[in-house]
Design a protein around this ligand. Structure first.
Ligand code: SF4
Length: 637
């Protein structure tokens, strides 16, 4: 079908994103494959291509002799329009095959704002939007990614969801589909789905019935077949060294958000930031070994030709051997122009030696820290155990070592937040500038503050919190801008970037909604909703209108799902989905937050029984192992 598509490409923006052919892309013979996966990242190519989750599953599946996996991304509205006019279906970029011809469509949701793009892809692929209307010939639609820890808002549109790590689960799903096909498809689609529901970590919305109380709260969520578990427990890949993917990183042909090769150095985090869903649902911490990291960097650079390596995790400076890793890699690639980078580092884990190692071979990237809260008080509430003194001391050291700009991430609308907590952000930024000027004697010191609106997420201590009214969030951000400029001599060196509160409220609806929200998503989509993660495409009014139209009759509303605080006994839409965290522990941590009590990291303090390790029969596995980065001869010498 590429010929059909090719005729349309000259008439759309960024056509290169649709042609595939990247270095390390895999195109396998269609006819000899027993199982065919289409893997989708429900956003534009430039955002989806570097996604590690998709890249890992792409390689894991294509390594199987009789399995092929291809990729598909959300198409921009200009191409969608032409595809409808010219009857061109949703396609994969590897061999430009119609997605509707695959056995399985796996969709990785890093954010809930990709839900309307799922409906576009299903519709363009000729797959019925509602799972209940699909027949044997239609692909099995499976959701994954962090949003899949509460897939209830899209329960109508998916056949299944995988909770947690996908490496092993996708192979077990493939085996089940292969066996069912080989047996002649006994019991049809229903039997196949039930077999998938018997796989650990696979959740079948259709196998659970939800009932509601007169006041709109959920009365119960019960399975309607004995062949699935009462609660579906997440999958956890315990030994990352056994899964050294991606080995052949995809090299994009179009400009993308991160032009670098990434190596995941550990998974999970127990720092315990109470707003952070990723940190909660990916426990326990599992470190990749220093040898494993060294081999992946070596192999990945050889296979891709990238000149920068990102050492990825939720808090990379917390890897117990980060010094040895960064020094070893900096030594190995000295003089080759291969740079290293760490995503944002915690103030309390950052040190100048690490920063110098990181920037030894490459360009010196800006410094990024995430205090998240403006005041000490609010940082105790969110359990972001960073003192302002820590931050000022760290940035002063960095300015002294030659850095000239720093970026600070904050959130607004946090539980218990006051105007003063937000205004403190201005004071912190002013102190950063003053510290830099003092250390360097230069006026050319810049501080950028980036603020997002807080969204309470499932499986976190804040899952019961009421979300702040967007008008209050916006008014606090306006006051903050005034406060930043209250001293013009300093304020002009402080940049402020923020997302207003409205998109966050819709993200809140999609994060903590239940099955009744599905009809809102569908109405928004039918009304033209697409790319809700992009401000130029997002329409708050469209969502508000759809909520009013679809939820009022059910006795609930947008505010009911978002700004309403839940009490302890309320059945939450995801209570039958087990992230390993004990619900009582989450509630106690929520109470600690309300009383400003901090909880330290269990990597260096006694276990505080969050429930994860016992539920997996494991304990935290962190180094140092004392092992060395393999002394591969320095590249290029
Ligand atoms: S069970 Fe204990 S050791 Fe394991 S992640 Fe939770 S608090 Fe940490």
């Amino acid at each position: 079908m590429f010929e059909q598509l090719e005729l349309l490409l000259p008439r759309v923006s960024k056509p290169v994103q649709y042609i595939g052919g990247e270095l390390n892309a895999t195109v396998k013979d269609w006819d000899t494959a027993a199982i065919r996966w289409a893997l989708m990242y429900p956003d534009a190519y430039e955002v989806g291509l570097p996604n590690q989750g998709i890249m890992i599953l792409y390689e894991v599946l294509n390594e199987q002799h009789d399995v092929l996996a291809e990729r598909t991304y959300a198409v921009w509205p200009d191409l969608e329009k032409l595809m409808r006019e010219h009857r061109v279906p949703q396609f994969t970029v590897d061999s430009h095959r119609p997605v509707g011809e695959f056995d399985l469509l796996g969709v990785s949701f890093a954010t809930e704002l990709g839900y309307t793009n799922l409906l576009t892809a299903l519709d363009l692929a000729g797959i019925p939007l509602h799972a209940a209307q699909r027949t044997n010939g239609h692909p099995i639609v499976i959701a994954g990614g962090h949003a899949a820890f509460n897939p209830e808002p899209i329960a109508d549109f998916i056949d299944a969801a995988v909770l947690g790590d996908g490496e092993e689960a996708v192979l077990e799903i493939t085996d089940a589909v292969r066996e069912w096909k080989a047996q002649g498809q006994p019991g049809g689609r229903t039997e196949l789905l039930t077999r998938l529901g018997e796989i650990d970590g696979v959740y079948l919305p259709g196998a659970y019935d939800v009932s509601y109380l007169p006041d709109g709260r959920i009365a119960g969520i019960v399975r309607n077949t004995e062949r699935v578990a009462h609660r579906v427990a997440k999958r956890t890949t315990m030994d990352l060294d056994e899964w050294p993917y991606p080995k052949q990183p995809l090299v994009p042909i179009a400009e993308i958000v991160h032009e670098r090769m990434s190596v995941e150095i550990f998974r999970g985090c127990t720092r315990g930031c109470r707003f952070c869903q990723a940190g909660m649902i990916t426990r326990p911490v599992r470190e990749r070994s220093i040898e494993g990291i060294g081999e992946m960097v070596e192999q990945g650079l050889k296979a891709s030709g990238f000149s920068e390596v990102g050492l990825l995790s939720l808090s990379s400076a917390d890897h117990s051997e980060i010094r040895e890793i960064t020094k070893g890699l900096a030594d190995r690639y000295e003089g080759t122009g291969t740079g290293l980078s760490l995503p944002s580092t915690r103030v309390d884990a950052f040190n100048i030696d690490l920063a110098n190692e990181i920037s030894r071979n490459g360009r010196r990237s800006g410094l990024t820290f995430a205090p998240e809260g403006g005041s000490e008080r609010i940082r105790r509430v969110i359990n972001k155990m960073v003192s302002e003194e820590d931050l000022i001391r760290t940035v002063a050291t960095a300015f002294g070592a030659g850095w000239r700009q720093v970026k600070l991430y904050f959130m607004c609308g946090l539980p218990t937040e006051t105007d003063d907590d937000v205004l403190q952000i201005a004071h912190m930024a002013h102190r950063v500038i003053r510290a830099g000027r003092e250390v360097t004697g230069s006026k050319d010191i810049r501080c950028t503050i980036s603020i997002g609106a807080f969204v309470p997420k499932p499986h976190t201590p804040f899952q019961w919190a009421g979300q702040e009214d967007p008008d209050i969030v916006d008014s606090r951000l306006r006051k903050l801008r005034v406060e930043i400029n209250s001293d013009r001599r300093i304020g002009r060196n402080v940049g402020m970037r923020y997302h207003d509160g409205k998109p966050a409220l819709i993200e809140g609806l999609l994060s903590r909604g239940d099955r009744r929200v599905g009809r809102v998503i569908e109405r928004v989509w039918r009304d033209g909703g697409r790319f809700d993660g992009w401000s130029e495409h997002f329409s708050y009014d469209r969502w508000v209108t759809a909520c009013a139209a679809e939820l009022a009759a059910l006795g609930v509303s947008l505010e009911w799902f978002t700004t309403r605080e839940r009490d302890r006994d309320e059945v939450l839409p995801w209570d039958h989905l087990d992230s390993g965290l004990d619900k009582d522990w989450l509630w106690d941590d929520w109470q600690d937050a309300l009383s400003g009590r901090e909880q330290d990291d269990c990597r260096w303090t006694p276990c505080f029984d969050c429930g994860v390790c016992p539920s997996m029969g494991t304990d935290i596995q962190v180094g140092p192992s004392g092992r060395q980065l393999l002394p591969i001869s320095p590249a290029g010498r």
